[in-house]
Design a protein. Sequence first.
Length: 254
Amino acid sequence: MSDFRKKLIAGNWKMNVLPSQAEHLVNEILNGASNADCDILFIPPYTHLHSLRSLIQNQGSVFIGAQNCHQENSGAFTGEISPEMLKDLNVDFVVLGHSERRQYFGENDKLINQKIKSALAQNLKVIYCCGESESEREAGKHKDLIEMQIAAAFSGISEKELSQIVIAYEPVWAIGTGKTASPEQAEDMHNFIRVLLSNMYSETAGNKLRILYGGSVKGSNASDLLSRPGIDGALVGGASLKADEFCKIINAAK
Ligand code: 13P
């Protein structure tokens, strides 16, 4: 029997929304999602974390996350933000391994593994992103690639630590392109990832693990994706910037 996994709908704002507009967007979303039956996570730029944290104090199912962090807690790393700083701001989650960090900032699996360990050491929860490129899928190598990414990212991570991690499967070809993985493709990969983690840790750990889908999720495709039992939520980019679209996704998660 699989353990109950509450759905999680996360909005990754990327480098969008001005600090002066952030509270308005969050309020609009929370008003439109007052009957939500899922966890909601806002992942704004660093500059918005403090004000949004104050705005959503003590709301049981609403969380705040950061889009990245450095692997060290302090030091001469101009321009960087540490996991300890995020914890001090009472941030709940940090996203690590996003394909845009890998592609534009040269982050590799070894670095991502270090970041995961540093974030967990600060009691931050981690959203770990993995996903294949279009050419890897066309070559039929998508499962091998995910297996390699996960083996590297989770090296030295204990089963207890795994309980603080959510995996987001985000095929690179579906991010910001309007091309969504079909519910069948997404479910197939989620099942593959769950079996992989069950083999690496235990069946109980695999059953408890939340696996989100990301890549062109919007109001019109959310229920098809979210009604699949292996899909435990969504990591949403573009559609999380529009209150009505994001609310449709939240309201599709039951
Ligand atoms: P889009 O929803 O804009 O495709 O972005 C997905 C994503 O990268 C979320 O992290």
